[in-house]
Write a protein that binds this ligand. Structure first.
Ligand code: DOR
Length: 443
């Protein structure tokens, strides 16, 4: 009798660990059961993928979904719908909610709420002033992707800015620690520059190159002393890329599509506070430096840093306007467009969105198209060309800084553990997300 599958994806160009291949994939019980010839009529559900490229599901390792506490900006349902609409199959969500995710009760609360998510998920534990000793246990709880540290103030009150406190966080536990590297004393000292200008064009002046570089150097030094791996989030300067290229023994690196796509001064003149993110979008020299980091392998992953605020909040006079922009739905369209324009290969994009997250966070059973792995797929039409539209965004805030931008290469289907979460823009009727599993944690 022919093998039976729950789902067969036929005839696409499948990006396997051996490279792209014209082949089919069979899925059973949420896992990849076969790659190769799948006999006709042996599957309950079929996806005809001729002309499409089948990627491992994209994993966005940095999103802020704001629940609990700021659901007027975003929530887990809207954020995860935006994720699958944009071809993202799993997200790691940040702890600067209200209450912040700084103890086991807050983590358990998020995991319970996450039953209503459309994509798979894990949550960061935030380091605060008092919870250092508890982090070693907290980071090992099921559904936790690790510890996040804010070295500089951003949205919310989480902050660990002194070397002694950072060393104590790094001494507690052993998983990779994700770091927001901006130097708080320098930010405090320079804040008047933002107040004086009263326009977002001052953002990269206030939170300047040295604010980022100083913090990155400090935390790499402390990580080496503690022999604790770190992950430097949203790197924005050419100088940090050069420095982090000499720190691959201890630090992995994230860049964001907005820093690879937009540049100062244009973005601030065009978008005002809507272009304001921490750390800031900088000028063409830094953008080129980040691309050099992508091409040369210094950058390990891309995250969206999806961080919505309402229009009303973003239109306040700078610097009263909060920092952050939505991005989980535009991550793939923007990066596929960079592929189409020749800035990176599709294989490198898969490295940054699938293999990279798996490797640096020790994810179980995701990130590659291989037998036994979770059946997470992002199907893309590399030839499709259309404009990003604010009206198409599922994020609650209803805006995108990329509104009207024509891009080539679009996600057309998102499959999460064998279930179709998005196809041709239509989302599944029901949430189908589950916690991401890790080699380090108890489940
Ligand atoms: O721009 C940002 N927004 N950077 C951060 O570090 C936090 C984020 C937010 O939560 O709004």
């Amino acid at each position: 009798m022919a093998e039976t599958y729950d789902l067969a994806i036929r005839g696409g160009r499948v990006v396997t660990p051996s490279g792209p291949a014209e082949t089919s994939v069979g899925v059973r019980d949420g896992r990849i059961a076969a790659i190769g010839d799948i006999p006709a009529a042996s599957a309950g559900e079929e996806i005809e993928a001729a002309g499409l490229t089948v990627l491992p599901g994209a994993i966005d390792t940095q999103v802020h979904f704001r629940e609990p506490g700021a659901e007027h900006k975003e929530d887990l349902a809207h954020g995860s719908r935006a994720a699958v609409a944009g071809g993202v199959t799993a997200v790691f969500e940040m702890p600067n909610t209200n209450p912040p995710t700084v103890d086991a009760a807050a983590l358990a609360d998020k995991l319970e709420r996450a039953g209503g998510m459309w994509c798979d998920h894990a949550f960061f534990a935030g380091a605060d002033r008092d919870n250092h000793a508890a982090l070693a246990e907290l980071e090992l709880l099921p559904g936790c992707c690790g510890v996040k540290v804010f070295m500089g103030s951003s949205t919310g009150g989480l902050l660990v800015d002194e070397d002694g406190a950072l060393a104590s966080v790094l001494a507690s536990g052993r998983r990779r620690v994700a770091i927001h590297a901006e130097d708080e004393p320098r930010l405090v000292e320079r804040r008047r520059l933002a107040d004086e200008e009263g326009h977002a064009r001052a953002h990269p002046v206030w939170r300047d190159v040295d604010s980022a570089l100083l913090a990155t150097r400090r935390v790499v030094g402390l990580a080496r002393e503690a022999n604790r791996p770190i992950h430097v989030l949203h790197v924005t300067t050419a100088e940090e890329i050069a420095f982090l290229g000499s720190a691959k023994d201890i630090a992995t690196v994230e860049c964001l599509p907005q820093h690879l796509t937009l540049e100062a001064p244009d973005c601030y003149e065009r978008l005002g506070g809507y272009a304001q993110v921490n750390p800031p979008i900088r000028d063409a020299r830094h953008r080129a430096g980040l691309w050099a980091g992508v091409v040369q392998g210094v950058v390990d992953v891309l995250g969206s840093d999806h961080a919505p605020h309402t229009r009303e909040e973003k239109e306040r006079r700078y610097p009263a306007s909060p920092s952050g922009m939505p991005g989980v739905q535009t991550l793939l369209p923007l990066m596929l467009n960079h592929v189409a324009e020749g800035r990176l290969t599709l294989e490198r994009l898969v490295d940054l969105l699938c293999y990279g997250p798996q490797r640096i966070y020790n994810i179980r059973g995701k990130g590659r198209i291989a037998v036994g792995y979770d059946a997470d797929f992002t199907l893309v039409d590399l030839a499709a060309r259309r404009a990003i539209g604010a009206a198409d965004q599922h994020a609650k805030c209803g805006w995108t800084p990329f509104d009207g931008m024509e891009t080539t290469g679009w996600p057309v289907a998102t499959v999460v553990r064998g279930r179709v979460a998005m196809r041709d823009g239509e989302l599944a009727a029901e949430p189908l997300g589950a916690p991401v599993r890790f080699w380090d944690t108890a489940a």
